[in-house]
Each structure stands twice: as structure tokens, then as C-alpha cells.
Design a protein around this ligand. Structure first.
Ligand SMILES: Cc1cc2nc3c(=O)[nH]c(=O)nc-3n(C[C@H](O)[C@H](O)[C@H](O)COP(=O)(O)OP(=O)(O)OC[C@H]3O[C@@H](n4cnc5c(N)ncnc54)[C@H](O)[C@@H]3O)c2cc1C
Ligand SMILES: *[C@@H]1O[C@H](CO)[C@@H](O)[C@H](O)[C@H]1NC(C)=O
Ligand SMILES: *[C@@H]1O[C@H](CO)[C@@H](O)[C@H](O)[C@H]1NC(C)=O
Ligand SMILES: *[C@@H]1O[C@H](CO)[C@@H](O)[C@H](O)[C@H]1NC(C)=O
Ligand SMILES: *[C@@H]1O[C@H](CO)[C@@H](O)[C@H](O)[C@H]1NC(C)=O
Ligand SMILES: *[C@@H]1O[C@H](CO)[C@@H](O)[C@H](O)[C@H]1NC(C)=O
Ligand SMILES: *[C@@H]1O[C@H](CO)[C@@H](O)[C@H](O)[C@H]1NC(C)=O
Ligand SMILES: *[C@@H]1O[C@H](CO)[C@@H](O)[C@H](O)[C@H]1NC(C)=O
Length: 587
């Protein structure tokens, strides 16, 4: 856990990061010698004057990175930080995703800050920097981003690109890093007729790196005629950052493919500090890799040109089975099996289904039926309700139709409330059409098992029944081909309090991979996993996340980032990298 914070490269392993001009700083850890990035206890670390020069280069946009909770504590190190007014404001917004994403460095998943500097009523409680960075550039221009990339590369510093901090895997924070915050890049421009390169001649949009899901959907909906863009389900998740670089699924993916399937062109800054355009004509290998090849791996994305589609009438259904209906765990489990076993049926009808599952509670909110009215959706869902009725499973449901998808999205999708405070460790699996057809009951069983993988742990899962291969059967990009035949992608969480010791966290991580992860892999042998919503310790992650596209990704990474300027765990080319010393140093 938290290991995602500080990076270093193993001296003994000839990792690609150890390039000819990359020497690294030697560190000993548990009897081994590592070559690491440059940290504050190394003589290579920039001096106060060096940082001041960088600050001048970026026009004063460089700041000391202060953990957001520091305002509730007397001191951070030897700096006084207490500010009662700001502390009250922070506490009031601790669970507010928009507030957290608007911060310069905050992370939605406190586990990956090392659960440090949590708001408290006792200002004397210690607050440490944990796995937050040391400096942040609050970038508003591309020149500032370039200056940060150049500085980090030349000084061999840990570099973090931070868009929203909306990441289950802590990939937008890192111990003693220089952070570049891209959240201010909010421009969106709509294009009535795209003229190339490539053969798309429909509508399109140019989307800045900092634009978030719901604000993007809203702007598309405000166009005349109304439009949609494939994006994630969550209102505050970034769109042009980690989402697209991981592939990106969403409520319209069964009809329009993954988010990255629809990208026409990227503007980006490479690890070498060059401004580039990547599309079907220019830098096609980078274009291919940025579409699903993994975040923080190939370039810093500045903006993306993407296809937009006409809005569609959409109907939705909410379904609940919980303690208001039954407390009989066998009845509940049968209800879940019936619901989930129909995944291939839902996707065959172009649907997306979002559900939350925990002990005794199934909350489907909602079934999304694009291009359907209420009668059509009821007809498609009839086998589900017939089977539930036949098995005498109690439930409640309601269905509503909307003139457009965006209106359904506002009404039937709910903002997450559990996300911000929870310190869960995440895993997940893509179950394919074959997995569901051949062993649907076993898949459902594994998901029910995820509610309590051991006697002392409990879980909570977020399911996405989606087949991006229905609308886009084949795509020339880095996305795992398994997505083209997917039926149900579920993200699992083992919930923690945040108070666990390092050893306890490691044990929960082990359970996540070896107990829960094992059950998921066994239930879905035809399946795969999703780099944005998966296990940081996924065995054989190269193949599981990218399948046979991995070798080309590795080659592309070596070409565009030979010195290892970027880093996120389990992304192409990082196999020889490790974070050592309780989350400190990245090699
Ligand atoms: C509550 C929740 C709901 C989610 N829902 C969905 C969903 O519906 N569908 C889905 O596919 N995924 C979903 N995700 C996963 C999401 O796609 C990833 O967490 C993604 O990384 C978020 O990207 P971000 O840029 O907003 O986040 P950040 O945390 O800011 O960044 C995540 C990673 O992307 C890198 N990055 C960010 N911006 C850039 C850039 N401009 N250039 C290069 N690298 C960059 C960062 O360095 C980091 O490695 C969800 C996550 C959460 C926490
Ligand atoms: C950078 O300069 C700005 C403007 O002068 C200043 O407010 C800020 O504190 C400086 N940052 C650092 C890290 O000193
Ligand atoms: C505060 O701590 C920093 C880093 O530990 C140190 O460089 C600095 O001298 C200290 N300042 C004071 C006033 O003690
Ligand atoms: C992270 O927390 C652990 C205790 O859980 C501690 O041992 C370690 O020093 C912390 N690391 C940092 C960088 O704060
Ligand atoms: C349980 O179902 C009822 C509807 O019957 C719903 O109002 C309630 O929100 C559900 N509870 C949970 C925890 O999902
Ligand atoms: C389930 O148990 C809860 C708590 O005891 C109770 O409030 C609820 O009515 C029960 N539900 C049913 C369907 O009996
Ligand atoms: C799930 O589907 C399989 C085959 O498609 C079938 O054998 C099994 O009985 C179904 N289970 C439930 C609970 O519907
Ligand atoms: C997709 O799943 C269906 C249903 O099991 C199966 O018939 C088909 O062969 C699968 N296609 C691929 C490419 O795996």
C-alpha cells in the first residue's frame, strides 16, 4: 500500500530506466542496493535557490505542497499550519469530491497519502508530509508544464502529473515529488464538422486536460443539436488524464465503445520536453499508446480531440434488494445470481448497468437503456423480473424514461459518498461473455465472496455491466482486446479504517491479491483486468492489463520515455521499478 509513493530503480536489474545518462542515487534497503531518483537527503537535490529559479521560470506558479489537512494541525514539520477557519471548511468538505479534486495535491484515496495529516479535533496531533509531494506547479499554461517536466528530468526528481487526484491507486501522489497540477486546463471547443486527419467527418470536441466528467457532458448537451461524449460514470473523474490513458469505460460504452476508442488526436508534452501532436498521421505509435496504454507513461496530455455523437433518448431502471426486502442471505444470494447471470442479455441490448454490492445489499442504480423508452426497457428486463418472481425473491424497482441520456445521468446516477473517506484497497476483474455464459453462477459466487473475503475483512464492490465491443468490435489502440467481449467489469474494495499499521495494511493487500483476487481470476479464466481500477499487485499484470498488446507498449515506452521521467505502478516498462523504505524512494 502506499508503496506507490516513492520510486527507485534496482541497481542489480538492468531496467530501462537506468539509461546511459541516468545514474541515480545509491540507496541501501533490506540488504539490497538500489539506484534511486534524487531525494532531499541526496546532494543532487535542488537547493532553495534552484527552486526559486524554477519558480521564476513558471511565473510564480510553484508552491510548497501542503497536505490539505495541515490547517487542522499546529505544525507540519517545523512550519505552523493551524488555521481554524480553513480547518472548519476542510472538515465540512472532507467527503465532497469536487472540493477534494479542486485542491492542488489532495487525493481521493487517503490510503495512498499514507493516511497522513487527517483532520482532527486535536491540533497537537502530528501531521507529516506522508506520501504527498514537496512542491507543486499549479499550471495554467503549457510552458509551465514543460518547465516542470524539464526540471524533473534534468534533476532526476520524482515527477507526478496530478489532474483530479481521483484515483483508486494513488497514482497522482508521490513522496517528495514535484507535482504538476493540470486541473486548470478547462477549455472545451466544439467542432461542427471534423476535417481530419483520419476519416471521421462528424462532430468533435477539443477537450482540455483538466475537464471533469459531468462538466464535459453538460457542455456537450448544451450544443445545438445536443451531443454526448463517452466518459466515466462519476461526475468528478477527470476525462483527458488518467481516464483516457487507461482506456475509459462509461454508461454509453456498449453503444459507442471505450472513451479512448473515440479519440482523434492528442496534443501533449513528451518526457523530453517536446510539444507533439499524436494522431493517425503524426506520431502514430504515440497516438496508439496514449489510447489505453496506461496513465503517466508516454507523455503529459494537454488536450484531446474526440468524436462526439448525437444525444439519444434513454430509459433507466433502479433495482434494490436489501434488508427492507429480506434478511435471508440465501434468498439475497439467489437474487444477485439471477440479476448478474443476465449480463450478456443486458449488453446484447446495448445496455450499461451500474451496481453496488455489499453484504445483503444490491443497489442497481441504474440499468441504462440507450435508445429505449419505458416500454422497451421493461420488455428487455422482463426475463429478470420473471426469474426473480419465480424464485420468490423480493425487490423494489422503478423505471423512468428521459428525452436525453444526460437527463437520465443527472437523475438516476448518484454521487458517491463513500469514496473520499474510505481507505479501501482495490482490485477487480473483467468477466467476458464467455465467462458469464459458461460459468455465470461461479462469477456471481466470487462477487458475493468479495463482500467478506476473510472473517476479519469486509468488502464492497462496484459493478459495471458493459460490452464496449458491441459498438466498436475492433479498435486500433492499446486497449486490451478482452474488453471487446466483456460482459461485466467489477471493481472490488476491501475496506479499511485508515488506522491500520503498515504490517496490517500489507496483510490486507495480500488478502486482496491472493485470496479475493484469486477467487476472481478462477471465476473468470477468460477475463482480464483494468489498469485504472485494478490490483497494484496483480500477478502477471502486463498480460492481464494489456494482453498481446504489451510488447508494443513496452517498445513505445522505451522510445518516448527512455529515462523513466514518468512513473505509475503497473504501467509499461516499470517492471524493474520499486518503491522502497515504507513508501519512500522510487527506483
Ligand atoms: C470514484 C471513482 C469513479 C471512477 N469511475 C470510472 C469510470 O466510470 N470509468 C473509468 O474508466 N474509470 C473510472 N475511474 C477510474 C479513473 O479512470 C482513474 O482513476 C483515472 O486515473 C482518473 O484520472 P484523473 O486524471 O482524473 O486522475 P488523477 O488521479 O489526477 O490521475 C490519475 C493518473 O493519470 C495521470 N495523469 C493525469 N492527468 C494526466 C495528463 N494530463 N497526462 C498524463 N498523465 C496524466 C496521473 O499522473 C496518474 O497516474 C473512477 C475512479 C474513481 C476514484
Ligand atoms: C513562487 O513565487 C510566488 C510569487 O512570487 C510566491 O507566492 C510563492 O511562494 C513562490 N513559491 C515558493 C515555493 O517559494
Ligand atoms: C525547518 O526544517 C527544515 C527541514 O527539516 C530545515 O531545513 C530548516 O532549517 C528548519 N527551519 C527552522 C526554522 O528550524
Ligand atoms: C508511512 O506510514 C508508516 C506507518 O504506517 C510509517 O512507518 C512510514 O514511515 C510512513 N512513511 C512516510 C513517508 O510517512
Ligand atoms: C433498500 O431498498 C430501498 C427500496 O426498497 C431503498 O429505498 C434503500 O435506499 C435501499 N437501501 C440501500 C442501502 O441501498
Ligand atoms: C431485517 O432486519 C432489520 C434489522 O433487524 C429489520 O429492521 C428489517 O425489518 C428486517 N427485514 C425484513 C424483511 O424482515
Ligand atoms: C446462470 O446461467 C447458467 C447458464 O447460462 C445456468 O446454468 C444457471 O442455472 C443460471 N443461474 C441462475 C441463478 O440464473
Ligand atoms: C465472445 O463471447 C461469446 C459468448 O461466449 C463467444 O461465443 C465468442 O467466441 C467470444 N469471442 C471472442 C473473440 O472471444
Amino acid at each position: 500500500m502506499g508503496r506507490v509513493s516513492l520510486l527507485v530503480a534496482l541497481l542489480s536489474v538492468a531496467g530501462f530506466a537506468v539509461g546511459a545518462d541516468w545514474i541515480g542515487e545509491t540507496r541501501e534497503w533490506e540488504g539490497s542496493t538500489y539506484q534511486c531518483k534524487c531525494y532531499s537527503d541526496n546532494s543532487c537535490y535542488p537547493t532553495v535557490t534552484d527552486w526559486a529559479v524554477l519558480n521564476t521560470t513558471v511565473g510564480g506558479a510553484l508552491q510548497r505542497a501542503q497536505p490539505p489537512g495541515a490547517v487542522c494541525h499546529n505544525t507540519l514539520g517545523n512550519v505552523s499550519t493551524l488555521d481554524e477557519g480553513k480547518c472548519a471548511e476542510y472538515k465540512a468538505h472532507f467527503n465532497d469530491e469536487q472540493y477534494i479534486t479542486d485542491d492542488g495535491i489532495a487525493e481521493l484515496w487517503p490510503l495512498y497519502t499514507n493516511n497522513t495529516c487527517i483532520p482532527t479535533d486535536n491540533p497537537a496531533d502530528p501531521c507529516t508530509q506522508g506520501f504527498y509531494g514537496t512542491y507543486v506547479i499549479l499550471a495554467t499554461t503549457k510552458e509551465q508544464i514543460k518547465a516542470g517536466v524539464d526540471f524533473a528530468r534534468e534533476r532526476n526528481l520524482r515527477l507526478i502529473i496530478r489532474n483530479t487526484g481521483h484515483d483508486f491507486l494513488g497514482r497522482s501522489t508521490g513522496y517528495e515529488s514535484l507535482i504538476i497540477n493540470t486541473h486548470s486546463f478547462k477549455d472545451v471547443k466544439f467542432i461542427a464538422k471534423y476535417t481530419g486527419p483520419g476519416d471521421w467527418t462528424g462532430t468533435a470536441a477539443v477537450v482540455g486536460a483538466g475537464v471533469q466528467g459531468r462538466e464535459l457532458f453538460r457542455q456537450a448537451w448544451n450544443q445545438e443539436p445536443k451531443q454526448v461524449i463517452v466518459g466515466g460514470e462519476c461526475p468528478t473523474v477527470g476525462w483527458a488524464g488518467g481516464y483516457i490513458q487507461g482506456g475509459g469505460h462509461g454508461p454509453l460504452s456498449t453503444i459507442y465503445g471505450m472513451g479512448a476508442d473515440n479519440v482523434l488526436s492528442f496534443d501533449a508534452i513528451t518526457a523530453k520536453g517536446e510539444y507533439v501532436t499524436a494522431n493517425v498521421n503524426e506520431n502514430p505509435d504515440l497516438f496508439w499508446a496514449l489510447k489505453g496504454g496506461g496513465p503517466a507513461s508516454f507523455a503529459v496530455v494537454l488536450s484531446i480531440t474526440v468524436k462526439t455523437f448525437p444525444e439519444v433518448p434513454t430509459a433507466g431502471t433502479i433495482l434494490n434488494i436489501n434488508s427492507t426486502h429480506t434478511n435471508d442471505s440465501a434468498v439475497f444470494a439467489e437474487g444477485f445470481r439471477i440479476f448478474h447471470n443476465l449480463s450478456n442479455h443486458y449488453t446484447a441490448n446495448g445496455m450499461f448497468v451500474y451496481f453496488e454490492l455489499s453484504v445483503g445489499t444490491l443497489h442497481v442504480a441504474p440499468f441504462v437503456g440507450p435508445r429505449m423508452d419505458e416500454a422497451k426497457l421493461n420488455e428487455v428486463l422482463k426475463p429478470l423480473f420473471d426469474q426473480l418472481d419465480a424464485a420468490k425473491i423480493p425487490y423494489s424497482r422503478h423505471t423512468k424514461a428521459f428525452p436525453t441520456f444526460f437527463e437520465l445521468y443527472l437523475d438516476l446516477f448518484e454521487d458517491e459518498t463513500f469514496a473520499v473517506q474510505s481507505s479501501s484497497v482495490v482490485g477487480g476483474r473483467i468477466f467476458t461473455q464467455t465467462d458469464i455464459a459458461e460459468r455465470g453462477d461461479k462469477v456471481a459466487e466470487a462477487l458475493l465472496f468479495a463482500n467478506a473475503p476473510t472473517e476479519s475483512t469486509f468488502g464492497l464492490s462496484v459493478g459495471h455491466i458493459v460490452n464496449p465491443g458491441l459498438g466498436v468490435p475492433v479498435a486500433d489502440n492499446a486497449i486490451n482486446v478482452k474488453w471487446r467481449n466483456s460482459s461485466s467489469f467489477t471493481l472490488t474494495n476491501i475496506v479499511m479504517s485508515g488506522q491500520e499499521t503498515w504490517a496490517q495494511k500489507q496483510e490486507i493487500e495480500r488478502i486482496n491479491t491472493d485470496v479475493l483476487g484469486k477467487a476472481l481470476r478462477e471465476a473468470g479464466p477468460d477475463g482480464a483486468a483494468y489498469v485504472n481500477e485494478g490490483d497494484l499487485n496483480e500477478p502477471n499484470w502486463q498480460y492481464t492489463y494489456w494482453g498481446d498488446k504489451y510488447p508494443k507498449l513496452l517498445e513505445t515506452r522505451k522510445k518516448w520515455d527512455p529515462e523513466g521521467v514518468f512513473y505509475a505502478k503497473t504501467t509499461p516498462g516499470t517492471e524493474d521499478w520499486e518503491v522502497i523504505d515504507y513508501g519512500r524512494y522510487l527506483l
